[in-house]
Write a protein that binds this ligand. Structure first.
Ligand code: ADP
Length: 262
């Protein structure tokens, strides 16, 4: 005999096995919804600068045609909007690449002390232009992990750039090593990126690594943010079997911690 049961969202179903089918449907629906949300977000993010570009092109063709000053000003704005689109496409491609490689363990040995020093050097000019000082505190002996140097550079670049963009005037990058980190249950390197900025309201913390999630949308856009930086960081850290932690409170600055097993 076949027993029929009522399953919400599906109707009457036979036996117990159908529950699995119900789960599949739910999962598939959730995945479909996530994909639709993502496409809607990307479209919106691309359309905003595109609409501005089209508007300025029309103005340059019409009212601003003979006004050299206005033309220069509008061209500078258009350049900014085009760069924003370029950054967005670059970050989308990075995210895609990082996601597709997530199951492949990286193999190279990376000396984090030297690696961080060279990454921070490349960020120095941006920091100086904003009046922000970056300091690296590292042990004397080398701290090495097995990793992908380019991807790790992207992790620390994104975290330090955020600390410079949203923080105060001081960024500390602190590297240390431990024989056993409980979160990865192994010997690990820890990197703290600490800023003395306004901090983040704790309500935002659980969602901060979601694609396009911003704690302060206005500031992110003003700073040219794509909303994808921390999503990229999360996937790279996952690929390294590491952990990403955020500790922050309003008025207390923020600490982003990356733990990488050796
Ligand atoms: P974005 O391109 O907007 O910077 P991210 O994914 O890198 O995107 O960061 C997501 C959001 O997290 C940012 O929009 C910002 O609101 C918040 N955030 C990230 N780092 C910091 C920080 N150090 N201090 C304050 N807010 C931060």
């Amino acid at each position: 005999a076949v027993t029929l049961r009522y399953v919400p969202g599906i109707g009457a179903v036979a036996g117990g096995a159908v529950l699995a089918c119900f789960d599949d449907v739910t999962e598939r629906e959730q995945a479909g919804q996530m994909r639709r949300d993502f496409v809607a977000n990307v479209s919106h993010e691309l359309r905003t600068p595109l609409t501005a570009l089209i508007g300025f092109i029309e103005t340059l063709r019409g009212p601003a045609r003979e006004d050299a000053q206005a033309r220069d000003r509008f061209l500078a704005i258009m350049e900014g909007e085009a760069s924003r689109m370029n950054r967005l496409v670059g970050d989308l491609l990075s995210l895609n690449r990082v996601e597709s490689e997530e199951r492949v363990r990286p193999k190279q040995t990376v000396d984090l002390t030297a690696h961080l020093a060279s990454t921070l050097k490349t960020l120095q000019p941006v920091a100086e232009a904003r009046g922000v000082q970056i300091n690296l505190e590292a042990p004397d002996e080398a701290v090495s992990v097995t990793g992908d140097p380019d991807q790790l550079q992207q992790v620390f670049t994104n975290l330090v750039e955020n600390a410079v963009k949203y923080g105060g005037d001081q960024v500390r990058v602190v590297l240390s090593r431990t024989d056993r980190d409980p979160s990865v249950r192994a010997a690990a390197a820890r990197v703290h990126v600490i800023d003395n900025g306004p901090g983040i309201d704790p309500v935002h913390l659980p969602r901060l690594t979601e694609r396009f999630y911003r704690a302060d949308s206005h500031r992110s856009r003003e700073m040219g943010g794509t909303g994808l930086g921390l999503a990229i960081v999360k996937h790279i850290v996952n690929r390294h079997r590491g952990r990403l932690r955020v500790d922050s409170e309003l008025g207390q600055g923020s600490v982003f911690t990356v733990i990488l097993p050796e």
